[in-house]
Ligand binder design. Structure first.
Ligand SMILES: Nc1ncnc2c1ncn2[C@@H]1O[C@H](COP(=O)(O)OP(=O)(O)OP(=O)(O)O)[C@@H](O)[C@H]1O
Length: 260
């Protein structure tokens, strides 16, 4: 990751630029000249077939690894991750899990506890839930704790790797709406990895469609309609419109909508 010239001013940041990123694990190429940009404060979705390299690219955006070639430029300084597996510490209760990442910050115990308490409420958990250990929480509640833990560090970049895919449909919709509200309220630049085109249409400002491995950018789609106006009818119609694009349909291994 190459810091952009002004690495302190996330709010005036030009956003995220992925520039001709190529990567291989051993002899096997995973990413081939992947390029796209995402303006600050927007939600980008990476979508593509299983194993094409979405998580690899997300990890690079978060600074966890470096591409063999190309570069990733942004001025964000506090990236936060949330994954399909909430990865909670089983020996700590929900409140302590939320506060865990704050220990690395110069922040006293009282402030850490207050922030964790506030976040419990923000993600829709009760004070009693805060006392529970991960095995005492439902899958949806564990995902809420993971989300609160990600937000606790006051991130300027949120990286979500299929955080809803283990949840049933109703819960997934609830969590999508919650995440959308939280990132909208904070104007957080977000990159979401998903397999679900409807989820991408519901949440993204820009959809980056990746081809099968080694991933290239097969198509880019911008969705200008405000998130709050994306009802089921809109999502259904938009998914159809995107799948009518042969490059998108080919990458996602579905028949183009028009020829069905
Ligand atoms: N550290 C690693 N070492 C070797 N190969 C790896 C490593 N990480 C990922 N891979 C391989 O790179 C390819 C891309 O993996 P990645 O997890 O990025 O794909 P993905 O698109 O996120 O997949 P999925 O949608 O199934 O989660 C896969 O074939 C994977 O096995």
């Amino acid at each position: 990751m190459t810091p952009a010239p002004d690495s302190t001013a996330a709010t005036s940041s030009p956003g995220l630029v992925v520039e001709a990123v190529s990567h291989a694990f051993g002899p096997e190429p995973v990413l081939t000249e992947v390029s796209f940009a995402l303006p600050a404060g927007k939600v980008g979705c990476l979508i593509g077939p299983s194993g094409c390299g979405k998580s690899t690219l997300l990890a690079m955006i978060g600074g966890l690894s470096r591409p063999d070639q190309g570069r990733i430029v942004h001025a964000f300084v506090r990236p936060a991750f949330a994954f399909q597996d909430p990865c909670l510490l089983p020996w700590r209760d929900a409140r302590q899990n939320i506060a865990f990442g704050l220990k690395a910050l110069p922040m006293g115990r009282t402030e850490r506890d207050a922030r964790a308490e506030r976040l419990l409420g923000i993600v829709g958990l009760s004070e009693d839930d805060g006392d529970k250990f991960p095995h005492e929480l439902s899958g949806g509640m564990r995902q809420r704790v993971a989300l609160a833990r990600a937000l606790a560090i006051d991130p300027d970049l949120v990286l979500l790797d299929e955080p809803f895919s283990a949840l049933d449909v109703g819960l997934r919709r609830q969590m999508q709406a919650l995440v959308q509200r939280l990132i909208d309220a904070r104007g957080l630049t977000t990159v979401l990895v998903t397999h679900d085109l409807a989820e991408a249409v519901r949440m993204a400002d820009r959809i980056v469609v990746l081809s099968p491995r080694p991933a290239r950018v097969a198509a880019l789609h911008d969705i200008a309609v405000p998130h709050a106006a994306r009802d089921d009818g809109f999502v259904h119609a938009e998914v159809g419109r995107l799948l009518a694009d042969p490059a998108t349909a080919r990458a996602l291994a579905v028949e183009p909508e028009a020829s069905r």
